[in-house]
Unconditional design. Structure first.
Length: 150
């Protein structure tokens, strides 16, 4: 897919292809800036390792297994995030989506628990579910992944 984007002269440089390979090999999310050749419009491409499970593939219309999910947004768009976006992308519960949103904006688990009146054990259970559903291997990778989606 990245070769096709580059071949059709949609984006400049090979950074998208390199990022795709890094995500595929390492399983860690990557973000790169892209410019469209014809319009010179700038975009942020976020490449996410797609968990090796079948949940959610029907929503994306995929007929085969996905390795990497590519999200594009205009570079000049103000950073926004919502629990609903995370819920739909990763098949999260509402509570997990809220926690994902909080983590994406830099809240610590303790701050999140205080803000929402939760016990730390509940939040840790939700973090374990987030790790499993997003394919992240540790909390730091999860936060990096969620933050890169702004």
């Amino acid at each position: 897919m990245t070769d096709e984007l580059l071949r059709k002269s949609l984006v400049t440089g090979a950074s998208l292809g390199c990022a795709f390979e890094r995500v595929k090999m390492s399983g860690v999310a990557q973000s790169v800036r892209l410019r469209l050749k014809k319009t010179d419009a700038a975009y942020i491409a976020t490449l996410l390792p797609y968990p090796q499970r079948e949940v959610g593939l029907e929503r994306l219309g995929a007929r085969e297994r996905l390795d990497v999910l590519l999200l594009l947004r205009p570079q000049d768009r103000s950073p926004t995030s919502s629990a609903e976006k995370f819920i739909s992308l990763f098949g999260l519960t509402v509570a997990e989506g809220r926690l994902a949103e909080g983590l994406s904006f830099g809240l610590s688990l303790d701050d999140y628990c205080t803000k929402h009146g939760l016990r730390i054990t509940t939040a840790r259970t939700q973090v374990r579910a987030l790790l499993e559903k997003t394919g992240a291997s540790r909390l730091q990778d999860l936060i990096r992944l969620l933050s890169s989606m702004h």
